[in-house]
Write a protein that binds this ligand. Structure first.
Ligand code: T3D
Length: 254
């Protein structure tokens, strides 16, 4: 259900239930969680790329998963939440390539990418209220931060279906490319990141997320601590040496 492929330090994870628009089930979420954990522990993985197989990125929760049973969403959400926690705690950059529809928790997962590309035919819809649910998988946390409160209110309460161009204009994605070039372009970004100073990326990622709960004084202090750590890396030494020698740096990720 989650395909894994490696290319030059990039782990490509593909949500693979194309016949169900990559709708999310507990089993798929557990596989995704395992893949993220393994990627985190594997020094050979220096960047990740997440995409979907077929014509959708992900339609969100599989609405057929529980059949006629009344689901215990509070319990089920633990499986979503550990995926989101693993994504936010990743110490490697995550590129997301949105190849088609991203709805509900599928859209939430897409937004956790550090760099998000969309195919021209991709669409985005929060979907939750349309079935009487509230945003989850970090959507209530990320969306207002990405698009501002007013737009988040509109996207969450009215749940319009946005085109890729609209998503780009709102800052939900960084770039829109023709569908046939999506993977190639996303992979190029991921490979560039995989050649970079991985530790500095990890610390930058952490700083950006932490700013949302810190005062300015605390943020400055965390910047100083993490700069201290970055300053002790081999990559920092190499970056400065390469700059002085007027050549491209060769980063090793530590
Ligand atoms: O803890 C918990 O579990 C709660 C967590 C909730 C998290 C959530 O994600 S809630 C939101 C769940 N997702 C949705 O409500 C999205 C529903 N789907 C759509 O809005 C649209 O299908 C899409 C925007 C994703 C795609 O639209 P389109 O026009 O390209 O396709 P379609 O014709 O609507 O759907 C094609 C088929 O996929 C169709 O089946 P059929 O008629 O061909 O047999 C449709 O029922 C099925 N499908 C689409 N989304 C889902 C789905 N089947 C199961 N689960 C889905 N989420």
């Amino acid at each position: 259900m989650v395909l894994k492929e490696r290319q030059e330090g990039v782990l490509i994870l593909t949500l693979n239930r194309p016949e169900k628009l990559n709708a999310l089930t507990g089993a798929l979420l557990d596989e995704l969680y395992q893949a993220l954990r393994e990627a985190q522990e594997d020094p050979g993985v220096r960047a990740l790329l997440l995409t979907g197989a077929g014509r959708a990125f992900s339609a969100g929760q599989d609405l057929g998963e529980f059949g006629e049973q009344k689901p215990d969403y509070e319990a089920h959400l633990r499986r979503y939440n550990r995926v989101v926690e693993a994504m936010s705690a990743l110490e490697k950059p995550l590129v997301v390539a949105v190849n088609g529809a991203a709805a509900g928790a599928g859209m939430s997962l897409a937004l956790w990418g550090d760099y998000r590309l969309a195919a021209q035919e991709a669409t985005f819809t929060t979907a939750f209220v349309r079935i009487g649910l509230v945003p989850d998988s970090g959507m209530s946390f990320l969306l207002p931060r990405l698009v501002g409160l007013a737009k988040a209110q509109e996207l969450l309460l009215l749940s319009p279906r946005l085109s890729a161009a609209e998503a780009l204009a709102l800052g939900l994605v960084h770039r829109v490319v023709p569908g046939e070039r999506l993977l190639e372009e996303a992979l190029a970004v991921a490979k560039e990141l995989a050649q970079g100073p991985t530790r500095a990326y990890a610390l930058t990622r952490k700083l950006l997320l932490e700013t949302y709960r810190l005062s300015l004084t605390e943020a400055l202090s965390l910047e100083a601590i993490l700069q201290g750590e970055a300053g002790r890396t081999q990559d920092h030494e190499e970056g400065v040496r390469a700059f002085r020698e007027k050549r491209p740096p060769r980063f090793v990720g530590r």
